[in-house]
Design a binder for this molecule. Sequence first.
Ligand code: CP
Ligand code: NVA
Length: 308
Amino acid sequence: MAKRDLISIHDLSREEVETLFELATEMKADPGLFANALVGKSLAMIFQKSSTRTRVSFEVGMTQLGGHALFLSSNDIQIGRGETISDTAHVLARFVDCIMARTFAHQDVVDLARFASVPVINGLSDDLHPCQALADFLTLREAFGSDLSGRKIAYVGDGNNVAHSLLFGAAKAGMNISIASPRGFEVATNYLELASEDAAAAGVQIELTESPVEAVSGASAVYTDVWASMGQEEEAASRLEAFRGFQVDGALMAEARPEAIFLHCLPAHRGEEVSAEVADGPQSRIFDQAENRMHAQKALLVWLIQSV
Ligand code: CP
Ligand code: NVA
């Protein structure tokens, strides 16, 4: 069977996404059952950018499955001195059973998957963050049950990597999604078009607006992310201005459904995209969401590595 990768949630069928959620739920409930699932297996983790959650959840996840993970900062491996992605992929695949990469250019993770004979996981690129979306919808299933149809998630903020993967995740999980971004910071057209195809196939709606209130109206979950992503540090000040009025605060949460939960991929900037009262308030599920990175990724690792 051909190896599989996880570059984008778009590449998974709805049935495969459902399989991953069910496996993750089983693993979370009874981790001991899977303690030997990946004995003797190794995961190489390439990081071109910083990370707390992705690094720790993948490394601890591999340990819990009986396997091993290697942290490879791109500054410490030869990629940092110009070795090609192609040679790196070929070489790592001779040693390890899976590669996870956090990159700037999305093409780097695409090329790793192309040249490595082992599964490659996108641990965040400038364009997409599929592992985050798996954890996000696992968290939503825990809050509202496995049938999310008829519910809406609102994303308020930058049309970035997290927003793109949330679009795909919503379509695969069968949830309506509304995204509010300031003009000039909307989701990218190519990902919107692909996600719209997935949404049409799933019979769910994608709505885009410049109004945070319109986006969160009727929503069961309100999601935001930083206004300046990794690699956009120089734009941080101008973005503060551009995103004025897009903070998720108590007043905005009050426009959502009464049972609505608040989600954020983290790291968060309290006082910018989210107020402290919301991030640390009773509707917040941000730490469950962070924990669920590990459960979702353990399921992903077992699914990808065992099926090779
Ligand atoms: N949400 C997320 O990917 O966090 P890290 O950047 O800490 O990995
Ligand atoms: N959009 C953010 C997500 C961090 C997990 C970034 O790319 O920096």
